[in-house]
Design a protein around this ligand. Structure first.
Ligand code: TNX
Length: 510
């Protein structure tokens, strides 16, 4: 039988017949395996999956590290009598379970018992492992706030398609989301904006909705998200933006900024001229913020933004110019580099690595800095050749906030701009041809971006995310020789139906 697993596994050898889940089907294996089988298979079937007492009618999980030489690898052997999931590590066993879910009838995704479904899983053997170690999705929770209940649902969706990094964009001009104990005004003031621009922010005159918008995550909530993600083998990478995209922080603590008049949390979109100043006290402020952030997030890598920094304020500010001279630096750009290195050194002292958007390359971060290339992959090539580890997210392939269809008939919901149809997302190749073998090894992987200026709620988010996130999942997991757009299109509608069972409605496929 043909299977419709996404991302497509490395090897699939079908066999006749099927394994049928029944009220007697038992489970055996490591604790996490048993928990996951019950978590994902009990609700819809209503079956209890007791601990195994026999060798037949059983789902068996095992970890055999010596059998595989890649992280995340697993093998599934499905016969009419039993299902064997053998993995090299815990993550691999988790991925085996995700594949098994996808092989079951889509009703398995229902959140209440469904009767009368023959719970058949096709027989065969799957060997599988990921191509890249970093398979991420970024969600911008500043432009629009998504609560913790939703974040968990989002993590469930990522896990289903074997994403393993959740890049959490936590701060920006329009809202500061993480609670920082030392600086309470960051959420008291920075988490709330008075209103939000209506329609496209480039339209004039601008109209506003007149409704406050905001929200924040307590430290306890963020720890809960980290733990929830870890159970699903997802690493949470927090992003604290500096020195640009920081209006919300400046609104809360005006001494961080360059202007005499106080700022308010931004109510419109775009690249803002307001940035942090470069005072020693500002550097210390953000070091303090990061001290709390690293306590909450165990990720080895911390994102500090670094994109779209407008230098006008620094050029005009006598204070900044004095600071430049005091530090013996020749330009505003060098000052940004200085700031970046101070923050990078601070993260190093905590045993963490700095990650920044590709503009940080212009500021000479140390080679231990990781570079996330959003503009075009040539920046990634440059970064890799200069010895940086790189995460590829070229906007023309991975920006899921861009249009997914030509909007001639005004049939698509408003977006920021851009055009990334499904076929383009599928064509995303994280290793550019120009990259020599050595440089290719520096590409850790890539990710999909969900910026939320024009994505106010989960419903719109799902519309923008699917089916394109399926394409990105496959670009990051499946070996390039196994990728085939026509075959993906054949499998994708089944996943859209799975998602529908989960109450997730993507853009209907043409
Ligand atoms: C550019 S990508 C930005 C974001 C916007 C996005 C919209 C990047 C590092 N900066 O601030 O939300 O474009 O597509």
């Amino acid at each position: 039988m043909d299977i419709r697993v996404i991302p497509k596994p490395v090897e699939w050898a079908p066999a006749a017949s099927s394994f049928v889940l029944t009220a007697e089907t038992a489970v055996q294996g490591p604790e996490a395996f048993v928990t996951n089988i019950r978590r994902y298979f009990s609700t819809a079937t209503g079956f209890p999956f007791p601990a195994a007492s026999s060798r037949t009618n059983v789902l068996q999980g095992r970890i055999e590290p010596e059998r595989f030489d890649r992280p995340g690898a697993y093998e599934l052997v499905i016969t009419p009598e039993s299902v064997h999931a053998i993995a090299g590590d815990e993550a691999g066993l988790f991925y085996a379970v995700q594949t098994l879910r996808q092989l079951a009838p889509p009703e398995i995704f229902r959140s209440a018992a469904v009767y009368g479904v023959p719970w058949e899983i096709p027989c065969g053997r799957i060997l599988d492992y990921p191509r890249f170690a970093w398979r991420g999705v970024m969600l911008d929770c500043s432009r629009h706030f998504f609560d913790v209940a939703y974040i968990k649902r989002f993590l469930d969706l990522l896990a289903l398609h074997k994403f393993n990094v959740f890049h959490w964009h936590l701060t920006d001009d329009q809202g500061w989301r993480p609670e920082i104990r030392k600086y309470p005004r960051l959420i008291e003031i920075g988490a709330w904006r008075a209103q939000t621009v209506l329609g496209h922010s480039s339209h004039t005159p601008r109209c506003y909705d007149g409704k406050p918008h905001g929200g924040f995550y307590t430290q306890a909530q963020m720890r809960e998200v980290v733990a929830y993600a870890a159970e699903r083998h997802i690493t949470v990478i927090p992003e604290i933006e500096l020195p640009g995209h920081a209006t919300a922080a400046i609104a809360a603590y005006p001494e961080l900024g360059n202007t005499v008049e106080p700022l308010t949390v931004s109510t419109t979109w775009g690249v803002h001229s307001h940035i942090l100043n470069a005072e020693e006290s500002t550097i210390r402020f953000f070091q303090d913020v990061l001290d709390e952030i690293v306590e909450i997030f165990p990720s080895p890598i911390i994102h500090i933004g670094g994109d779209e920094v407008c230098m006008d304020e620094w050029k005009a500010s006598p204070r900044v110019q004095t600071r430049l001279r005091e530090l013996g630096l020749g330009s505003e750009r060098a000052l940004q580099g200085y700031l970046l290195r101070r923050i990078g050194d601070h993260l190093s002292a905590h045993g963490r690595r700095l990650l920044g958007w590709d503009e940080v390359l212009e500021h000479d971060p140390g080679t231990e800095a990781v570079v996330m290339t959003w503009r075009a992959s040539e920046h990634g090539v440059q970064a890799a050749n200069r010895g940086h580890d790189v995460i590829m997210c070229p906007k023309d392939y991975t920006y899921l906030d861009y249009y997914q269809a030509v909007d001639q008939l005004r049939s698509e919901p408003l977006t920021i701009h851009g055009f990334v149809p499904l076929e383009k997302a599928y064509a995303f190749e994280p290793i550019p041809q120009e990259l020599a073998a050595e440089g290719a090894g520096r590409v850790l992987g890539g990710q999909a971006q969900l910026w939320t200026e024009y994505i106010p709620d989960p419903e719109r988010l799902h519309y923008m995310m699917y089916p394109r996130a399926l394409a990105i999942a496959e670009a990051l997991w499946t070996q390039s020789s196994r990728r085939d757009y026509a075959d993906f299109r054949r499998r994708a509608p089944h996943h859209m139906r799975i998602l529908q069972r989960l109450g997730v409605h993507g853009r209907p496929m043409d």
